[in-house]
Design a protein around this ligand. Structure first.
Ligand code: UDP
Length: 339
């Protein structure tokens, strides 16, 4: 496919991997990122991976003038929108900031798109938009709800887009609800790189593996799961990135708006993750079992069959690939900082 894509949040974890996948698929890409949660050297690394210069606007989605300027400077054909705040715990502490960035930022973007005559958007949503359920795997038709301000902003984001679409039939959207992204690009030049102590399992294990944190705290081993630890649907970030390309390809080819899960349909436990990561880094990683984390569910995994049927998207990588590429990236990054 060809066309010029505005990629907001393109220097972040999933955004940077999607940049690589979009370029490989033949798209021109313009990144808009404020680097609030991205390292300054990501664009240079994207240039090394893709062998081409990166077009970057360093700006905030809340800056309406800067967003409009991107559409004046480039002939944009479609938008892939990642720029958002994403920490569930933090969203409970600063809900208004989350609503401002994630919802007002989206509205600014949609208005700039409309004013520039651009009506195709792929939106980074989340499986947190599903109401609590015991019915796994979760299909897209499952009841919606939210248990955090973060989840609320993603649910509102979906609704803001569908409301806009209802007013003008030129709009086409791909709303992608992802499960738990993990892993890194094969080059080990980009990956997840949290600046603080991570809340999520994979980046936490990665920091234990490189010795930046002493041990993993396993939040409960008395859940009704095969080994008692929490089960989630981890998906390789490059599979996720390729899901965005498939969604965009469908919209660019004149396809209909869609809402799909991007997950593997398989659940892995905390112990499965730890075992796979231990294999990847070549040593048994230390852990201790602590009480359950408030609000955690025993099990959470998605039904990806709609994405397969509609977009022809399927995951190509497994849990060991996620852990191995995460380890390759984190150990290299850690050595570079130390050196
Ligand atoms: N988890 C854990 N220790 C950690 C972080 C997470 O045991 O330091 C567990 C958590 O209880 C859950 C799974 O790992 O069962 C995934 O947690 P994460 O926060 O990564 O994703 P989410 O719960 O938001 O799906």
């Amino acid at each position: 496919m060809s066309g010029t894509i505005l990629l907001t949040g393109g220097a972040g974890y999933i955004g940077s991997h999607t940049y690589v996948a979009l370029k490989r698929a033949g798209y021109e890409v313009v990144i808009l990122d404020n680097f609030a949660n991205a390292r300054d050297d990501v664009p240079d690394r994207l240039e090394v991976i893709t062998g081409a210069p990166v077009t970057l606007h360093r700006a905030d989605v809340l800056d309406k003038a800067a967003v409009a300027e991107v559409f004046r400077a480039h002939k944009i054909d479609a938008v892939v929108h990642f720029a958002a705040k994403k920490a569930v715990g933090e969203s409970q502490k600063i809900p208004l900031e989350y609503i401002e960035t994630n919802c007002t930022g989206l509205v600014n973007l949609l208005m700039a798109m409309r004013d520039a005559g651009v009506f195709k958007i792929v939106f980074s949503s989340s499986a947190t938009v599903y109401a609590e359920t015991e019915d796994w795997p979760i299909p897209e038709s499952a009841p919606l709800g939210y248990a955090s301000t973060y989840a609320l902003t993603k649910l509102m984001g979906e609704q803001i887009i569908t409301q806009a679409a209802g007013s003008d039939d030129r709009w086409r959207h791909g709303i992608l609800r992802y499960f738990n992204p993990a892993g890194a690009h094969d080059s080990a030049l980009i990956g997840e790189d949290p600046q603080d102590i991570p809340n999520n399992l994979m980046p936490y294990i990665a920091k234990v593996a490189v010795g930046e944190l002493p041990e993993l705290n396993i939040f409960g081993n008395d859940y009704p799961t095969p080994d008692g630890t929490g089960v989630r649907d981890y998906i390789h970030v490059m599979d996720l990135a390729e899901g965005h390309v498939k969604s965009l390809d469908a919209l660019m080819a004149g396809g209909d708006s869609h809402i799909v899960n991007l997950g593997t349909g398989k659940g892995y436990s905390v112990m499965d993750m730890l075992a796979s990561y231990s294999r990847a880094c070549g040593r048994d990683l230390p852990y201790k079992v602590t009480p359950r984390r408030a609000g955690d569910l025993a099990c959470y995994y998605g039904d990806p069959s709609k994405a397969r049927a509609l977009l022809g998207w399927e995951v190509a990588r497994d849990l060991d690939d996620m852990c191995q590429t995460s380890w390759n990236w984190i150990s290299r990054r850690s050595n570079m900082r130390a050196g």
